[in-house]
Design a protein. Sequence first.
Length: 257
Amino acid sequence: MTVIGRLLAHPLTRGLHPDDPRTTSVRRDLIRSKPFLQKIYREWYQRIIEVLPRGEGGVLELGSGAGFFAELCPQAITSEVFLCTGIRLVADARRLPFADGSLRAIVMTDVMHHIPEPQAFLAEARRILKPGGRIAMIEPWVSAWSRFVYARFHSEPFRPEASSWSFPSTGPLSGANGAVPWIVFERDAARFRELFPELVVAKIEPCMPFRYLFSGGVSLRTLAPGWSFPLLTFLERLTQPWMRSLAMFAFIQLERR
């Protein structure tokens, strides 16, 4: 983390290693204690819930530990890569314990860029999703603005220039490349279509250039009071014509043919 990042670090997260399950518990408490950040997560969860297909089959949430998606979607199968409070399943996204064609949806928030072998995860998703099933996720995105922000204020690696989709697995959460979703679905879109013709990219919506930064996320101090959320939401809407240059995140939806 940069000097600026260390100065803005939230006191509760200092000295904690991301691979320690206690860190996930602290982050869950932080989301609850920061009204601005909690509103962002609710907005993200509602966006995901909007695209869940109806019908039979489970809804699997990957990386549930720090969040509260199941409160808005009680049928969700919550999971994490290690045992922690509030989850139903400990599982690796590259080897998921579900039968072929048994799920109608896989959802995640800030998770795919932590999966060391995205290709293995996508192969598993293709296997376990029903025809018409969907993957819905909120992930970091690459733009001119996000390159600047993630390089200076974020502790996780952010490497849009990486030649490979995979990255070293230093630990369940410490290993990362925040640019992976953009690499897979935007930069290397032709390769993705060749490898996974059954998984169609239905939507990519770049979003949220400023609000998450003001919230401080799960590691930094909050930079805006809760009452400012509607105002900053309005200001972000004004930036919509330039979102591809300003977005820090994207909503991504895939559909299984």
